[in-house]
Design a protein around this ligand. Structure first.
Ligand code: DAH
Length: 338
């Protein structure tokens, strides 16, 4: 038994490997259930007490040596395999940061506006982006020869029957009057299209939010109060508004609303064209003819409507100087709007 212990001890000392499979095979052959050292322990039970005293220590040492050796070799091999794999997988590289999606700035502004009007009872309505002449023009009192009906201004999809990309969300007013019972108090956000040259201040695609309120006894003062509330909620309680007389075929009287932007910096001059006022929407009392066009008795009912330009507001709320950024889908731009 003594010789076998010495032989195994030598084998242990000589053995070396950096392959985990090989090391494991050796472990089994030494200290596995039927391993050589395990067997020695079996035999050891049978030997005389004298031999036990002599060999016990050596046998225990052999076992410890084997366990130590296996452990050491396995650790080395483990590290080696990690560094071999790391030629492809560099564990020291910084982790990729977790990218969270953000809402598009135009959607954020639309969300804020619809929230504000929801609180005073406006519902949401949607209409199609490809519209017929009736909903986009005729029902809204656009005369036959109105320049907006010109190919130069409108993207036609087909000529007979005339279908075009809607030029404004006012078309949804008509659809609301057709389908919703009175009173109507609804908001319609959406994309609109005009055949315009693309520049830092205008684009052939942009967004509007349309508002329509029709009931008995609705007045211009109601409209003004609602629009003031809206401006205060969006820009802050200190905001000042002004209504300037204007013209739209579907409202009478018509107005445009400005908010006071200020005239302190050079960019204030540029943004407000030197007036300090920023135009954000068109509005007016729904023309009685438009009510009649849609089967609403204009002697009993009156209403107001407004159309808010979204990109203009988004540019100013977020300090974006070029409208085209909203349509580029450049992640470096979009990620800034957390
Ligand atoms: N549709 C108009 C435009 O695109 C905006 C507008 C003006 C909408 C007055 C309205 C309104 O509802 O009453 O320029």
């Amino acid at each position: 038994m003594k010789e076998r212990i010495e032989l195994l001890s030598k084998e242990l000392n000589d053995f070396s490997s950096n392959l985990l499979d090989e090391i494991e095979a050796k472990r089994i052959s030494w200290i596995g259930k039927k391993g050589a050292i395990t067997n020695l322990f079996e035999e050891f039970r049978e030997v005389s007490p004298e031999e036990k005293r002599l060999l016990g220590k050596a046998l225990n040492e052999l076992k410890n040596q084997a366990e130590g050796k296996i452990k050491e070799l396995k650790e080395q091999a483990g590290q080696l395999s990690v560094s071999a794999a790391s030629e492809k997988l560099d564990l020291t590289r910084p982790a990729l940061s977790h990218l969270k999606a953000t809402r598009h700035p135009v959607s954020q502004v639309i969300g804020r506006i619809t929230d504000i009007f929801r609180r005073v009872g406006f519902s949401l309505s949607v209409g199609p982006e490809i519209e017929d002449d009736w909903h986009n023009f005729s029902a809204l009192n656009f005369p036959e020869e109105h320049p907006a009906r010109d190919m130069q201004d409108t993207f036609f999809v087909s000529m007979d029957p005339a279908k075009a990309l809607r030029t404004h969300t006012s078309s949804v007013q008509v659809r609301a009057m057709e389908t919703q019972g009175l009173p109507i108090r609804t908001l319609s956000p959406g994309r609109v299209f005009r055949n315009e040259a693309i520049s830092s201040r205008s684009h052939c695609i942009f967004h509007q939010v349309e508002g329509l309120y029709i009931d008995k006894g609705v007045s211009f003062a109601d409209m003004k109060q609602t629009l003031l509330y809206f401006a205060q909620e969006l820009f802050g309680a200190e905001v000042k508004i002004r209504l300037r007389p204007s013209y739209f075929p579907f409202t009478e009287p018509s107005a445009e609303m400005d908010v006071w932007w200020g005239l302190e910096s050079e960019s204030d001059y540029r943004i407000t064209k030197g007036t300090g006022w920023l135009e954000i929407l068109g509005c007016g009392m729904v023309d009685p003819q438009v009510l009649e066009n849609n089967g609403i008795d204009s002697k009993e009912y009156s209403g107001y409507a407004f159309g808010i330009g979204i990109e203009r507001i988004a540019m100013n709320l977020f300090g974006v100087s070029d409208l085209r950024w909203f349509f580029e889908n450049d992640m470096r731009f979009l990620r800034q709007f957390k």
